[in-house]
Design a protein around this ligand. Structure first.
Ligand code: HSE
Length: 332
């Protein structure tokens, strides 16, 4: 019997989507070996299909993301557009039985149905790339810590602000530090999402929904971002060996309290350790104590790594229509 073929539709071919397309093409045969299925990048939806470099998207291009999401021949929808209305596409794909892989934290965090699907650990919805890129915190909360009681979580989840705060420590003017972050490809299309704390708040809402198995909507996250005045706090913190970071934290002790705000951290605090697009996440659990993950939390290649892993996970669970590989009685 020929192997099952799964058709992948990619929405968005900017920094993250093009890195995903390029690494998918590079690794296609090893991904197929790992899943035992044929994988085809069948269609790519972009804003301006006529302008795109065909080397970035080796599949037919379309300008209609909604039609791609609704297309019954697409088995896995990989969404890397960052579009604010992407939630509709993701819901449509899930409703018709497809698997969804997304890096779009705002689409997830602003949509109660999708947050509820994450809280219910819907097996066809994958979003490792939406939080801390390839740092495997979503998978850890969903799977590795599935039997745990999570007491609290705390993290530096926005690379742009860490990068900007690091530049301010080196006396770089605020506006220049922000444009440096945009040039590096970390900042959102509108960097005010990073600076206001909205980006970190969306990531925190996703993590809380998974950790505590209830949809934690954005209105439950208290948010305060950074602006040019943070330089004064940085200077004062430095005198005491401290550093300022935009910290996202949540704890549940009967009541859930979640916030994103700039905090002065002790220089030895693991959350103070990173520079650039470094993210850190610390989870406090009942049985395993405190666990920490860290690594690059933004950028095309690291987010593409998470999208690839999620695509593999989706491919493994789809197309299981074949008969069991073992003859009857073989496992007795
Ligand atoms: N703008 C985000 C950040 C990109 O700076 O962390 C990754 O989500």
């Amino acid at each position: 019997m020929p192997p099952v073929e799964l058709r992948i539709g990619l929405i968005g071919c900017g920094t993250v989507g093009s890195a995903f397309a390029a690494s998918f093409v590079d690794r296609k045969s090893s991904l197929e070996q790992l899943t035992g299925k044929r994988l085809r990048l069948a269609r790519v939806a972009v804003l301006r299909p006529h302008l795109r470099d065909p080397r970035l998207a080796p599949a037919p291009l379309t300008g209609d993301a909604a039609a791609l999401a609704a297309d019954p021949t697409i088995d896995i929808v990989v969404e890397a557009s960052g579009a604010p209305n992407a939630a509709e596409w993701l819901r449509a794909a899930l409703d018709r039985g497809a698997a969804v892989v997304t890096a779009n934290k705002q689409a997830l965090a602003r949509d109660t149905t999708l947050l509820a699907a994450l809280a219910a650990r819907e097996s066809r919805l994958h979003c490792e790339g939406a939080v801390a890129a390839a740092v495997p915190i979503v998978r850890a909360l969903r799977e590795s810590l599935a039997g745990e009681e999570i007491h609290a979580l705390r993290g530096v989840l926005n690379g742009t602000t860490t990068y900007v705060l690091g530049r301010l420590e080196q006396q770089r003017p605020f506006a220049d530090a922000v444009s440096d972050a945009q040039r590096e490809g970390f900042a959102e299309r509108d960097p005010s999402d990073d600076l206001s704390g909205a980006d970190a708040a969306a990531k925190l809402a996703i993590l809380c929904s998974i950790a505590w198995r209830e949809p934690v909507t954005l209105d439950r996250v208290h948010v305060r971002g950074i602006d040019a005045t943070v330089s004064e706090t940085i200077a004062a913190a430095r005198e005491n060996g401290g550093r300022v970071r935009l910290v996202a934290s949540a704890q549940r002790n009967g009541h859930l309290y979640a916030s994103v705000e700039p905090q002065v951290l002790d220089g030895a605090d693991p959350l103070a350790s990173g520079t650039g697009a470094h993210n850190v996440v610390e989870v406090r659990t009942a049985l395993a104590g405190t666990l920490t993950w860290h690594g690059a939390g933004a950028g095309g290649r690291s987010t593409a790594s998470a999208l690839l892993a999620d695509t593999l996970a989706a491919a493994r669970t789809l197309g299981r229509a074949r008969p069991a590989a073992y003859p009857a009685g073989a496992l007795r």
